[in-house]
Design a binder for this molecule. Structure first.
Ligand SMILES: [Zn+2]
Length: 629
């Protein structure tokens, strides 16, 4: 505080300095001065080596109604203002516009410093989505309701992060809790004499017994209060499915993840409650626990160094796997040891995301996934799979048939939508209406809300032009079951994307009943079909499927339609990509650990890393302790 007060000019009119979680919040009566002299803050950050955020003092914030009116007056009409969201805990107002590029910092017609000075709230410009995301609306409402409680918590979190270290000695250990020698329930504990960080907290959706389904937290001799933080790499259930249960049983500390990971995991966690209830199982947590996650989460952008405990700094970096997915880089002690947890990574560019980042200043230990750890786990290139996809769709549409794509709502669906939009616009794919049903439109709305996290070209399209592929005229979302008439109408070729991806429940089944009997049509799989699912049986050539129809009667569906499967749209790196990722990091690596794969895949990847790159590599099992430093 003394350093800040000494180095900051009087004109900055600082009223208060406070911890705000891992950041230092500097409150000011003169936001305009700091905005116009932004080198003042960057100089300060260089001196104190902590993150600083500028906040406007409560006393200068105009009441929301008035501030809203001022914004509406200042925003030029062409920008198409859609709404404003006020966060009292941070004094930020999000301004949502259809054409946000007209409101950027350097925009002529909209001077940030001037508008901020007029209304006293800090501006954040956001792209208004085609359809608003209900999940993000719930998060905003929850944060608003809990802003007083949250401000208090953030101060407390800061107090704990910035307390003096108890010992100067650095020791680092890892405890494996789930997702080793298997896919599912990813979880591990990073431990030093100073701090305990839980990384990921998933479930194994296929397992029924708690000992197989949940991370083995029971094997640790700690309580939830001993955890300094939980870090979440990405939203999938096998990485986040047990997190609400920890909140239910009393975890009160911070949860760190990227901004889009929060709504994505909430969406998936809430859906898991519905699925469990539909299957007659008791969900392990309730909606209330998911809302609690919203209150405890501190989101971080990619690439920002953040203190999360007295001796650990965290950087999240793009993992290329799903929206917001992150590699987690932990800088421990005074740089004594650097540990990178890959989570699920795609080391290859897709339409949605850039390839995973690899450019870390230092990494001594890498923990890498091995979903495709066998040498024969080689995927076709994106170009190959995209042209196969175009052919598969064109053949059916040209014959006047319908293409049904059973699809997981999150990630894959958006990728396929972008591919369809791209090739229909370029003329390589026959133009036809595309219908989506299930959670797809909600997941798309979340993607569209965070263009900064998407691949460069896609981000540019959304943020800087009116040509937004998510708003494409090809797509129609089916909101209710009774609106299926159009996609099901006879002799009208179309593409249907519906959940679930393996024909296990969801609206896709209704379309399947309608489409399967006619040989003009096609079921096109673009994701993995697990043994024992209807999807797998159809893929293996079943000619009949028995399904539950209306009023619980058993219906027999004859399968005459074409069936095809395309590999290569995976969000995981194939074997070659995993190996080249390790090779990029090799110069500094001292050890590689392998997880997130069937045992033989993890074993093979570890063996080949040892052999080819001469780096010690092994594949721990669950409930092992590994000394890193
Ligand atoms: Zn994943």
């Amino acid at each position: 505080m003394a350093t800040i007060l000494q180095s900051i000019p009087k004109e900055a009119s600082v009223t208060k300095i406070e911890y705000e979680g891992p950041r230092i919040a500097l409150y000011t009566n003169a936001p305009r001065y700091l905005m116009e002299n932004n080198e003042t803050i960057s100089n300060l950050v260089n001196i104190i080596k902590k993150r600083i955020v500028v906040r406007t003092d409560e006393s200068i914030r105009k009441p929301e109604d008035e501030a809203r009116r001022i914004i509406a007056e200042c925003v030029p009409e062409e920008a198409k203002l859609q709404g404003t969201i006020f966060d009292t805990a941070t004094g930020e107002v999000s301004v949502e516009a259809k054409r946000p590029w007209l409101l950027q910092r350097n925009a002529k017609e909209f001077n940030h410093a001037e508008v901020t000075e007029k209304m006293g709230w800090k501006l954040r410009i956001r792209k208004a989505t085609t359809i608003p995301s209900r999940t993000i609306q719930t998060i905003n409402a929850t944060l608003k309701q809990s802003s007083a409680e949250r401000s208090k918590q953030l101060k407390q979190v800061g107090d704990e992060i910035f307390r003096p270290r108890l010992s100067q000695r650095t020791e680092v250990s890892l405890y494996t809790l789930g997702g080793f020698g298997q896919v599912g329930r990813s979880s591990l504990l990073l431990s030093t004499p100073e701090s305990k960080i839980l990384i990921d907290c998933g479930i194994n959706p296929g397992a029924r017994s708690p000992m197989d389904a949940f991370p083995r937290l029971d094997s640790l001799d700690i309580t939830l209060d001993d955890l300094d933080a939980i870090v979440i790499g990405h939203a999938h259930l096998d990485h986040t499915g047990f997190l609400p249960a920890l909140c239910k049983y009393g975890y009160k500390g911070p949860i760190y993840c990227t901004e889009p990971t929060l709504p994505m995991m909430n969406l998936i966690q809430l859906d898991a409650i519905k699925v469990a209830s539909a299957q007659g199982r008791t969900p392990i947590y309730s909606e209330r626990d998911v809302k609690q996650i919203m209150r405890q989460t501190i989101t971080l952008p990619y690439g920002t160094v953040t203190d999360i405990s007295p001796d650990i700094k965290l950087v999240l970096a793009n993992a290329g796997h799903i929206l917001g997915s992150a590699l987690c880089h932990f800088h421990i002690g005074n740089g004594d040891h650097n540990f990178v947890y890959s989570g699920d990574i795609k080391f290859g560019k897709s339409i949605l995301f850039e390839a995973a980042s690899w450019n870390f200043p230092r990494v001594e230990t890498l923990l890498i996934e091995s979903t495709y750890g066998l040498k024969e786990d080689i995927q076709p290139t994106r170009q190959e799979v995209e042209s196969a996809f175009i052919n598969a769709v064109n053949n059916t549409l040209a014959d006047g048939g319908k293409v049904l794509i059973p699809i997981p709502a999150v990630g894959r669906a958006q990728e396929i939508m972008m591919v369809i939009d791209h090739y229909m616009k370029s003329g390589e794919m026959i133009e036809a209406p595309v219908f989506t049903e299930g959670m797809i439109s909600e997941a798309s709305a979340i993607h569209e809300s965070y263009p900064e996290y998407l691949a460069k070209e896609l981000k540019q399209k959304i943020l800087e032009t009116d040509d937004n592929p998510f708003d494409s005229e090809y797509f129609t979302n089916i909101e209710h079951g009774d609106a299926r008439e159009e996609p099901m109408r006879e002799n009208s070729p179309c593409i249907i994307l519906a959940t679930s991806g393996m024909l296990e429940g969801g609206p896709v089944l209704e379309y399947f009943k309608n489409i399967a009997p006619d040989k003009k049509n096609k079921v096109l799989f673009v994701s993995y079909q697990v043994n024992g699912t209807l999807g797998r049986r159809v893929l293996d050539g079943s000619k009949q499927a028995t399904m539950l129809g209306k009023e619980g009667k058993v219906e027999v569906v004859t399968i005459n339609c074409g069936v095809e499967k395309l590999d290569g749209f995976s969000g995981h790196s194939d074997y070659n990509q995993l190996m080249s990722f390790v090779q990029r990091l090799r110069p500094k690596l001292r050890r590689v650990l392998v997880n997130h794969g069937e045992r033989k895949k993890s074993e093979n990847l570890a063996m080949n890393i040892r052999r080819m790159y001469r780096v010690p590599a092994h594949y721990p099992q669950i409930q092992e302790a590994i000394k890193l430093f």
